[in-house]
Design a binder for this molecule. Sequence first.
Ligand SMILES: [Zn+2]
Length: 188
Amino acid sequence: MGQREYEAWLKAVPARVERSRRRRRTIEARREGGAIVVRVPAHLTRAQEREAVTGLVAKVQAKEARRRPSAPALARRAAELGRRHFGLEDAGSLIGSIEWSDRQQHRWGSAQSLDGRILISSRLRGAPEWVLDYVLLHELAHLVRPGAGHGPAFRELLERYPRTARAEAFLDGAAWAEQRAAGAGGPA
Ligand SMILES: [Zn+2]
């Protein structure tokens, strides 16, 4: 990649490069809001910078893609989980759509049994994979057992996922921490 191409690519990502005089050898990339910020030592040549930055940004993107799957990736994952844990040959046909939602502030997800629409709270982005898997299975279980609420038939199905109890404890803890951070009262 030439310098001009590189600069256009930085804009598209978007990524920002900061040259630091204090930094001698280490290069570091991390997500800061909408951009990936890469800090590099000031002495790098342009060619060295291009090579280091493109490699590191690709790594951050790959890691984020694993932890924040796209909507189609979520749907594929839910279908696969349904096969593995619920023995559903065609979980995909139950699932109308799966989307991230910014509006699920007090729930982790929801499922509409009428049209198979699943919403996953965007508060779960970056959550451990096994926790996200639990939420996908929870919502899928509502589609498999419509009308069962959270009753025994629903629990029986959901508990086939071996990490159900652990994931529920994780999410209770996360909800508690959120409430506390929001100053929602209750014992400190
Ligand atoms: Zn539920």
